[in-house]
Design a protein around this ligand. Sequence first.
Ligand code: NOJ
Ligand code: CA
Length: 542
Amino acid sequence: YQLHIKSFFDSNNDGIGDFAGLISKLDYIAELGVNTLWLLPFYPSPRRDDGYDIAEYKAVHPDYGSMADARRFIAEAHKRGLRVITELVINHTSDQHPWFQRARHAKRGSKAREFYVWSDDDQKYDGTRIIFLDTEKSNWTWDPVAGQYFWHRFYSHQPDLNFDNPQVLKAVIGVMRFWLDLGVDGLRLDAIPYLIERDGTNNENLAETHDVLKAIRAEIDANYPDRMLLAEANQWPEDTRPYFGEGDGDECHMAFHFPLMPRMYMALAMEDRFPITDILRQTPEIPANCQWAIFLRNHDELTLEMVTDRERDYLWNYYAEDRRARINLGIRRRLAPLLQRDRRRIELLTSLLLSMPGTPTLYYGDELGMGDNIYLGDRDGVRTPMQWSPDRNGGFSRADPQRLVLPPIMDPLYGYQTVNVEAQSHDPHSLLNWTRRMLAVRKQQKAFGRGSLRTLTPSNRRILAYIREYTDADGNTEVILCVANVSRAAQAAELELSQYADKVPVEMLGGSAFPPIGQLPFLLTLPPYAFYWFLLASRDRM
Ligand code: NOJ
Ligand code: CA
């Protein structure tokens, strides 16, 4: 469960969410049924990139509380069986970071200067793409103090650290140890493909970048064997695979599956399973002790970097007709507005998220079907205050509405008076309660998290069907059949399941038994946008 402290709950009514507020809402998160919290950056920062522009690594932004509050939060989360993932943002810092201030004043070529990447001209590394296309013209920005250009893959106030300087890696490992010593369970490695620059390359995924990751992992293995590294590498599957490392995995334990995400939306738009089955086919095997992280939405734009130009145009036209919804190479909308509040489609995509191979990541508020505000700058429109109740400011804060860190959603369809935790908690049919049930069902079966995946090939391409299978150490096997109708019309499909002849498909949400599987193709009909999860049970166990 991914959240921003700033937008979750404000305990002291200054308009900004804080650690104390988050602690008071931990029961809500635990009751949802998730097992891990991923916190967006909460360090001192000018917040020109919502905290990814870090000005001090080993501290808490005073708006959010103190180090003692952070420590208390970790303890309270652990008490509830929740693990904590924080951000290790090491590709860049804020230009306000003392390392940068020192570097720009230091002598050329000195250790201090070389904490960042400098050049006398802005043509070096010109084979490198610009990521924040809507804001930046170049990956170089002139620094009048240093009298040189500095390198940045993101905003021009975010200079990239220079990992060719061994002091930088040492300092970064110091930061990592600081948070691990405090009890953090995992670290999301932000923007990890861009650590090293080399002439004549596109400066992504370089072997030297992987060497840095191997050094970071070695530190974890030596001193923190029960902690986890999660790679944010927005890359194609074959370029993401190396972030798990070699052999048993000597880099990250987990990595986000960026290409799968837009293809779930694509399948829905095209009413065809092909985008999903195609990317699953291209997804390489990963070491047994590694795992994908999968997601539908997060705090950023729905990135369309990992699709072809034609696919991007198609998705933009379908999901972001309003140009204000587009930013960089993506769409700044939340899940519910993307799907026009269609419960069937929200449930369908969520069922895919919860049943495909990998650890599902939920973005705060999406469990309510929260809306967004595309009139806010950058990606702030998907980072608005959590909607707790119909009270002032959605129950997020009792501050003057003008003082809030971001305005809450107030439109008639998605506003906090309509969409909020309190109302949905009392409604047995709410999206919130549906999500809780789904998470509870998912947790009963190990096959979802650990099982293998095999896609079936019914001739009806509007039907996506796959088998998740897991055998535990005692030799007990779980088989789950997932079937989804990605079309707006009712569909029938014939599934070749003869290898499971005699098994009885038991629908997992309602518990009802379907006719046993035989030698002939198994016939299923599905209403529009419907999905089924079946546990294939032995007849004698029925
Ligand atoms: C990746 C983060 O997810 C995004 O929010 C941020 O803008 C970039 N890194 C640059 O810091
Ligand atoms: Ca506050």
